[in-house]
Design a binder for this molecule. Structure first.
Ligand SMILES: Nc1ncnc2c1ncn2[C@@H]1O[C@H](COP(=O)(O)OP(=O)(O)OP(=O)(O)O)[C@@H](O)[C@H]1O
Length: 245
Protein backbone atom coordinates (compact mmCIF):
# COMPACT_ATOMS: atom_id res chain seq x y z
CA UNK A 1 0.00 0.00 0.00
CA UNK A 2 2.71 2.52 0.97
CA UNK A 3 4.42 2.31 -2.34
CA UNK A 4 4.50 4.21 -5.58
CA UNK A 5 4.21 2.19 -8.75
CA UNK A 6 4.63 3.10 -12.36
CA UNK A 7 3.38 0.49 -14.86
CA UNK A 8 4.60 0.93 -18.43
CA UNK A 9 4.25 4.72 -18.27
CA UNK A 10 4.92 6.93 -21.25
CA UNK A 11 4.20 10.65 -21.53
CA UNK A 12 3.83 12.30 -24.92
CA UNK A 13 2.78 15.82 -25.85
CA UNK A 14 1.56 17.16 -29.18
CA UNK A 15 3.96 19.21 -31.26
CA UNK A 16 2.61 22.19 -33.23
CA UNK A 17 2.63 21.55 -36.95
CA UNK A 18 3.60 17.89 -36.61
CA UNK A 19 1.69 14.62 -36.45
CA UNK A 20 4.48 13.12 -34.38
CA UNK A 21 4.20 13.85 -30.64
CA UNK A 22 7.22 14.59 -28.47
CA UNK A 23 8.04 11.82 -25.99
CA UNK A 24 8.87 13.20 -22.53
CA UNK A 25 9.01 9.85 -20.73
CA UNK A 26 9.26 6.40 -22.29
CA UNK A 27 8.02 3.08 -20.88
CA UNK A 28 8.74 3.51 -17.18
CA UNK A 29 7.96 0.70 -14.75
CA UNK A 30 8.97 1.12 -11.11
CA UNK A 31 7.92 0.01 -7.67
CA UNK A 32 9.16 2.54 -5.13
CA UNK A 33 8.93 1.37 -1.52
CA UNK A 34 12.02 3.08 -0.04
CA UNK A 35 11.54 6.08 2.20
CA UNK A 36 13.79 8.48 0.29
CA UNK A 37 13.99 8.36 -3.48
CA UNK A 38 16.32 10.66 -5.42
CA UNK A 39 15.83 11.57 -9.08
CA UNK A 40 18.84 12.97 -10.89
CA UNK A 41 19.70 13.69 -14.51
CA UNK A 42 20.56 16.39 -17.00
CA UNK A 43 18.48 19.50 -17.72
CA UNK A 44 15.47 18.51 -19.79
CA UNK A 45 15.90 14.78 -19.14
CA UNK A 46 12.38 14.40 -17.69
CA UNK A 47 12.77 14.64 -13.88
CA UNK A 48 10.03 17.23 -13.28
CA UNK A 49 7.71 15.39 -15.63
CA UNK A 50 8.31 12.19 -13.66
CA UNK A 51 7.59 13.99 -10.38
CA UNK A 52 4.48 15.68 -11.73
CA UNK A 53 3.01 12.28 -12.54
CA UNK A 54 2.90 11.65 -8.79
CA UNK A 55 0.10 14.10 -8.10
CA UNK A 56 -1.69 13.98 -11.42
CA UNK A 57 -0.31 17.29 -12.69
CA UNK A 58 0.96 15.29 -15.64
CA UNK A 59 -1.11 12.30 -16.77
CA UNK A 60 0.34 9.24 -18.50
CA UNK A 61 -0.31 8.90 -22.22
CA UNK A 62 0.10 5.17 -21.63
CA UNK A 63 0.28 3.11 -18.45
CA UNK A 64 -0.69 3.92 -14.87
CA UNK A 65 0.79 5.54 -11.78
CA UNK A 66 -0.48 4.42 -8.37
CA UNK A 67 0.55 6.36 -5.26
CA UNK A 68 -0.19 4.74 -1.91
CA UNK A 69 -3.15 2.85 -3.34
CA UNK A 70 -4.60 5.70 -5.42
CA UNK A 71 -4.51 5.86 -9.20
CA UNK A 72 -3.31 9.35 -10.17
CA UNK A 73 -6.03 9.67 -12.82
CA UNK A 74 -9.03 7.77 -11.44
CA UNK A 75 -8.42 8.76 -7.79
CA UNK A 76 -6.78 12.13 -8.34
CA UNK A 77 -8.49 13.87 -5.40
CA UNK A 78 -7.36 11.18 -2.98
CA UNK A 79 -3.87 11.25 -4.45
CA UNK A 80 -3.62 15.03 -4.14
CA UNK A 81 -4.73 14.71 -0.51
CA UNK A 82 -1.83 12.34 0.11
CA UNK A 83 0.89 14.01 -1.91
CA UNK A 84 2.51 17.28 -0.86
CA UNK A 85 4.32 18.84 -3.83
CA UNK A 86 7.01 21.50 -3.45
CA UNK A 87 7.73 23.27 -6.73
CA UNK A 88 11.14 24.52 -7.82
CA UNK A 89 9.79 28.05 -8.15
CA UNK A 90 8.17 28.95 -4.82
CA UNK A 91 6.20 31.82 -6.35
CA UNK A 92 4.25 29.32 -8.44
CA UNK A 93 3.10 27.76 -5.18
CA UNK A 94 2.74 30.54 -2.59
CA UNK A 95 -0.66 32.10 -3.15
CA UNK A 96 -1.26 34.25 -0.06
CA UNK A 97 0.22 37.70 0.64
CA UNK A 98 2.26 36.58 3.67
CA UNK A 99 3.93 33.41 4.89
CA UNK A 100 1.67 33.15 7.92
CA UNK A 101 -1.46 33.32 5.75
CA UNK A 102 -0.03 30.79 3.32
CA UNK A 103 0.75 28.23 6.00
CA UNK A 104 -2.65 28.82 7.60
CA UNK A 105 -4.30 28.28 4.19
CA UNK A 106 -2.51 24.92 3.89
CA UNK A 107 -3.90 23.96 7.28
CA UNK A 108 -7.48 25.07 6.59
CA UNK A 109 -8.78 21.61 5.78
CA UNK A 110 -6.95 19.70 8.50
CA UNK A 111 -7.47 22.11 11.43
CA UNK A 112 -10.93 23.68 11.62
CA UNK A 113 -10.36 25.71 14.80
CA UNK A 114 -8.74 29.03 13.84
CA UNK A 115 -6.75 29.44 17.08
CA UNK A 116 -5.33 25.93 16.77
CA UNK A 117 -4.56 26.61 13.13
CA UNK A 118 -2.72 29.82 13.99
CA UNK A 119 -0.72 28.06 16.72
CA UNK A 120 0.27 25.22 14.38
CA UNK A 121 1.29 27.73 11.69
CA UNK A 122 3.54 29.50 14.21
CA UNK A 123 5.16 26.21 15.21
CA UNK A 124 5.84 25.30 11.59
CA UNK A 125 7.23 28.73 10.71
CA UNK A 126 9.41 28.66 13.81
CA UNK A 127 10.77 25.23 12.93
CA UNK A 128 12.06 26.64 9.66
CA UNK A 129 13.39 29.86 11.22
CA UNK A 130 10.76 31.91 9.39
CA UNK A 131 8.66 33.24 12.27
CA UNK A 132 10.24 36.71 12.18
CA UNK A 133 9.25 36.96 8.49
CA UNK A 134 5.73 35.57 8.94
CA UNK A 135 3.90 38.84 8.29
CA UNK A 136 6.14 40.20 5.58
CA UNK A 137 4.92 40.17 1.98
CA UNK A 138 6.14 37.06 0.19
CA UNK A 139 7.45 39.41 -2.52
CA UNK A 140 9.77 41.02 0.03
CA UNK A 141 11.33 37.68 1.01
CA UNK A 142 14.55 36.46 -0.52
CA UNK A 143 14.46 33.55 -2.96
CA UNK A 144 15.79 31.14 -0.33
CA UNK A 145 13.31 32.35 2.30
CA UNK A 146 10.48 31.76 -0.17
CA UNK A 147 11.77 28.30 -1.04
CA UNK A 148 11.92 27.39 2.64
CA UNK A 149 8.44 28.84 3.18
CA UNK A 150 7.03 26.75 0.32
CA UNK A 151 8.49 23.64 1.96
CA UNK A 152 7.10 24.67 5.37
CA UNK A 153 3.61 25.28 3.94
CA UNK A 154 3.52 21.81 2.39
CA UNK A 155 5.01 20.03 5.40
CA UNK A 156 2.53 21.75 7.73
CA UNK A 157 -0.17 19.29 6.71
CA UNK A 158 2.00 16.18 7.12
CA UNK A 159 1.40 14.69 3.66
CA UNK A 160 1.88 10.92 3.36
CA UNK A 161 4.21 11.49 0.41
CA UNK A 162 6.42 14.54 -0.05
CA UNK A 163 7.54 15.38 -3.58
CA UNK A 164 10.34 17.94 -3.83
CA UNK A 165 11.29 19.31 -7.23
CA UNK A 166 14.81 20.72 -6.87
CA UNK A 167 14.15 22.10 -3.39
CA UNK A 168 17.63 23.48 -2.65
CA UNK A 169 18.33 25.63 -5.72
CA UNK A 170 18.01 28.93 -3.79
CA UNK A 171 19.12 27.84 -0.32
CA UNK A 172 22.29 28.95 1.44
CA UNK A 173 24.50 26.40 3.14
CA UNK A 174 22.74 26.60 6.49
CA UNK A 175 19.25 26.23 5.04
CA UNK A 176 20.40 23.47 2.74
CA UNK A 177 21.55 21.60 5.85
CA UNK A 178 18.16 22.32 7.45
CA UNK A 179 16.46 20.83 4.38
CA UNK A 180 18.82 17.87 4.47
CA UNK A 181 18.12 17.20 8.14
CA UNK A 182 14.38 17.67 7.65
CA UNK A 183 14.32 15.14 4.82
CA UNK A 184 16.43 12.71 6.87
CA UNK A 185 14.09 12.94 9.86
CA UNK A 186 10.75 12.76 8.04
CA UNK A 187 8.82 9.55 8.47
CA UNK A 188 6.91 9.90 5.23
CA UNK A 189 8.06 8.83 1.80
CA UNK A 190 10.05 11.53 -0.01
CA UNK A 191 10.69 11.72 -3.74
CA UNK A 192 13.17 14.46 -4.60
CA UNK A 193 14.70 15.62 -7.85
CA UNK A 194 17.95 17.48 -7.43
CA UNK A 195 21.09 18.71 -9.14
CA UNK A 196 22.75 18.73 -5.71
CA UNK A 197 24.63 15.45 -5.74
CA UNK A 198 25.38 15.62 -2.00
CA UNK A 199 21.66 15.62 -1.34
CA UNK A 200 21.25 12.77 -3.79
CA UNK A 201 23.83 10.73 -1.88
CA UNK A 202 21.58 10.83 1.21
CA UNK A 203 18.82 8.98 -0.63
CA UNK A 204 17.96 5.31 -0.12
CA UNK A 205 17.50 4.78 -3.83
CA UNK A 206 18.43 6.91 -6.82
CA UNK A 207 16.95 6.99 -10.31
CA UNK A 208 19.00 8.50 -13.11
CA UNK A 209 16.86 9.90 -15.93
CA UNK A 210 18.29 10.42 -19.39
CA UNK A 211 16.24 11.48 -22.42
CA UNK A 212 12.98 10.34 -20.83
CA UNK A 213 14.20 6.93 -19.70
CA UNK A 214 15.43 5.54 -16.40
CA UNK A 215 19.00 4.54 -17.20
CA UNK A 216 19.98 3.66 -13.63
CA UNK A 217 17.96 2.55 -10.61
CA UNK A 218 19.68 1.57 -7.39
CA UNK A 219 22.20 2.58 -4.77
CA UNK A 220 22.79 6.34 -4.38
CA UNK A 221 26.58 6.28 -4.71
CA UNK A 222 26.40 4.12 -7.84
CA UNK A 223 23.65 6.35 -9.27
CA UNK A 224 25.70 9.51 -8.73
CA UNK A 225 28.74 7.84 -10.32
CA UNK A 226 26.64 6.83 -13.30
CA UNK A 227 25.30 10.35 -13.69
CA UNK A 228 28.81 11.84 -13.48
CA UNK A 229 29.94 9.45 -16.21
CA UNK A 230 27.00 10.43 -18.42
CA UNK A 231 27.81 14.12 -17.93
CA UNK A 232 31.48 13.59 -18.72
CA UNK A 233 30.59 11.74 -21.90
CA UNK A 234 28.18 14.51 -22.96
CA UNK A 235 30.61 17.42 -22.51
CA UNK A 236 31.67 19.05 -25.77
CA UNK A 237 35.31 18.45 -26.65
CA UNK A 238 35.95 22.16 -27.42
CA UNK A 239 35.77 24.75 -24.60
CA UNK A 240 32.37 26.53 -24.55
CA UNK A 241 34.07 29.90 -25.08
CA UNK A 242 35.57 28.73 -28.34
CA UNK A 243 32.83 29.17 -30.95
CA UNK A 244 35.15 28.82 -33.92
CA UNK A 245 35.30 25.02 -33.68
N1 LIG B 1 4.08 20.49 -21.58
C1 LIG B 1 5.16 20.32 -22.31
N2 LIG B 1 5.13 20.45 -23.64
C2 LIG B 1 6.22 20.26 -24.40
N3 LIG B 1 7.42 19.92 -23.90
C3 LIG B 1 7.52 19.78 -22.58
C4 LIG B 1 6.42 19.97 -21.71
N4 LIG B 1 6.82 19.74 -20.43
C5 LIG B 1 8.13 19.45 -20.51
N5 LIG B 1 8.54 19.47 -21.79
C6 LIG B 1 9.89 19.12 -22.28
O1 LIG B 1 10.20 17.84 -21.76
C7 LIG B 1 11.56 17.75 -21.41
C8 LIG B 1 11.70 17.33 -19.96
O2 LIG B 1 11.28 18.40 -19.13
P1 LIG B 1 11.42 18.34 -17.56
O3 LIG B 1 10.93 19.63 -17.02
O4 LIG B 1 10.77 17.10 -17.06
O5 LIG B 1 13.00 18.22 -17.40
P2 LIG B 1 13.91 18.22 -16.10
O6 LIG B 1 14.72 16.99 -16.14
O7 LIG B 1 13.08 18.48 -14.89
O8 LIG B 1 14.85 19.48 -16.40
P3 LIG B 1 15.60 20.55 -15.45
O9 LIG B 1 16.72 19.83 -14.74
O10 LIG B 1 16.12 21.55 -16.46
O11 LIG B 1 14.58 21.14 -14.53
C9 LIG B 1 12.17 19.10 -21.74
O12 LIG B 1 12.78 19.01 -23.00
C10 LIG B 1 10.99 20.03 -21.77
O13 LIG B 1 11.21 21.10 -22.64
Amino acid sequence: MNSISFSSVSVRVPVDGSDVPKTLLQDISLDLTERRIGVIGANGSGKSTLLRLLNGLVVPSEGTVVVHGGDTVADVRRVRGNVGFVFTDPLSQLVMPTGREDVELSLRRSIKNSKERAARAETVLDRFGLLHLADQSIYELSGGERQLLALAAVLAVDPAVLVLDEPSTLLDLRNRELLRRTVAELEQQVVMSTHDLELALDMDRVLVVESGRIVFDGDAADGVARYRALCAAALPSAPLGDVSR
